[in-house]
Design a protein around this ligand. Structure first.
Ligand code: HPA
Length: 276
């Protein structure tokens, strides 16, 4: 069986980007719903539209800008994806490896993944930031299913420290320093685009999920496969379905995103500064 995407497929995207910059980013960020504002803090930015990158994907979600920004943040060379791709947009798991493999070919060693998520854990509150300790993805195949591309990583790979402890500890230290409190918990992947049913949320709670969301896990798996260190941060935008006797709306998700965005930006800038 042949891979739909071979090594050269990803290299074509990376070569297009490398041609426009004269450095190699060490740290990358993928910014989720309403968290794109961090991109504004990047100095000497070179902005590339996803649609101009050969073999890349296109953002279809309104709150996602669809731009790759390369420049400096807290003195580090960074690549920042403002807007990401999701299974619910129609992309399959195999396509969702593309951005992270391209970032890897640019030279990225550390990946910070951010997302908006609903709180399954009833001690969490909207506005909280949760460090992702681990994830649960019981739905669908691995994005690494199919012939392995050895240039990226081995056929079988360990994911027991996928959300790298060293980075989780660093995030806690940085949060302490700037006076932000953090939660730490398990992110449960649901495919969306509908929010979950109250019964699904009760099941997820029993299974060990603390927060629920529609992104991030394919990116973390792809990064783990190619040996990147990963930090995942969820912004809790709402209590998950059935916790409160009210519907979940995209407006509340975006509203909390906007309210907490400044705190989130400060935390990420501080973390990027302290990454080795
Ligand atoms: N469920 C899934 N994804 C989400 C939620 C939610 O409650 N809130 C923000 N993203």
């Amino acid at each position: 069986m042949k891979n739909r995407f071979d090594y050269d497929y990803f290299k074509k995207s990376a070569d297009y980007i490398l041609d426009k910059i004269n450095f190699r980013p060490e740290v990358a960020m993928i910014l989720g719903s309403s968290l794109g504002a961090l991109a504004e803090e990047i100095e000497n930015p070179i902005v590339i539209d996803y649609k101009d990158i050969p073999n890349f994907l296109i953002s279809t979600v309104q709150s996602h800008a669809g731009k790759l920004i390369l420049g400096e943040l807290s003195g580090k060379k960074v690549a920042c994806m403002s807007g990401r791709f999701h299974f619910y947009e129609g992309y399959d798991f195999e396509q969702l490896v593309i951005p992270v493999r391209v970032l890897h070919l640019l030279g990225v060693k550390t990946l910070i993944l951010t997302n908006a998520a609903g709180a399954v854990n009833t001690s969490y509150r909207p506005g909280d930031i949760m460090i992702i300790k681990d994830h649960i993805k019981l739905m669908g195949a691995s994005p690494m299913r199919g012939p392995n591309i050895g240039e990226f990583g081995p056929r079988f790979f360990d994911v027991s420290d996928m959300y790298t402890r060293e980075l989780r500890d660093l995030a806690k230290k940085c949060a302490d320093k700037i006076g932000i409190s953090l939660q730490e918990g398990v992110y449960y992947f649901c495919p969306g685009p509908q929010f979950e049913t109250p019964s699904e949320i009760r099941a997820i709670r029993i299974l060990g999920g603390d927060a629920v969301g529609m992104s991030t896990v394919t990116e973390a798996l792809t990064a783990a496969h190619c040996g990147m260190k990963v930090l995942g941060l969820s912004l809790i935008t709402n209590m998950a379905a059935g916790v409160l006797d009210q519907p979940i709306t995209t407006e509340e998700v975006d509203e909390i995103g906007a309210l907490v965005s400044a705190k989130f930006r400060r935390l990420i800038s501080e973390i990027v500064k302290e990454i080795d």
